[in-house]
Design a protein around this ligand. Sequence first.
Ligand code: PGA
Length: 261
Amino acid sequence: MCLRGATGALQKEIVVAHSHRLPIIAGNWKMHKTTGEAKQLTEAILQGIKNEKELPKIVLCPPFTSLPTVATAAGKGIDVGAQNMDHHESGAFTGEIAANMLTDLGVTYVLIGHSERRQFFGETNGTVNLKLKTALKHKLIPIVCVGETLDERESNLADSVISRQIAAALSDLTMEELKTLVIAYEPVWAIGTGKVCESAEANRVAKLIRTTIGNLFKSKEFPETIPVLYGGSVKASNIEEQLAQSDIDGALVGGASLVAE
Ligand code: PGA
């Protein structure tokens, strides 16, 4: 499949080597943009994609406060995602946001277990599993983030860490329940550092993720249906190479997603 000019950031032709999984480009705005800035950026992105015929799935994940603003673009080639949610349905959880508050705003995707949530907000493989179950129950499309730290990579633990994250995240869930699952491989050492994981290595890990899922569910076909994104210092100059890999179906973009071009 050929994608061109997806968000304006993709100036060149991007060849996704496989067409059976829908390519996804998700922008994680993190704690950036006021509502006014979010409106401007969303409008600039809509302008950039308006003449494109063949677009990937574009998912914008602004801060909670800008979800209603970005949601006005939903249905115009852009889907809206939240960066986090609580796993409880409701209750005395000061500062938290429930799944039905997201769907109510037109949010259709949610990031789960981003490494910054794990690192700074105490999220664990266990809470990732709870959040995933709640997200699926509310028909939110989950983008579950996994990835190793630099220490883990240097100690040759990357593969075991990632397999463990996947097994824990998906535990007690069925293939039927997980049919909308999206995984993002985001090596922690590549996030916001400018150090991109070499594309062949990112592809090897994407394959490992599929093998792990295949083993968990004793299925060859199921892992082939799951989009695996790469994230970590993705920008216009390196996205093409990542997306050309056989097992990488898109990108989760942080810093570079804050600029429409
Ligand atoms: P980055 O962030 O593109 O700024 O490295 C990616 C992410 O955290 O999802």
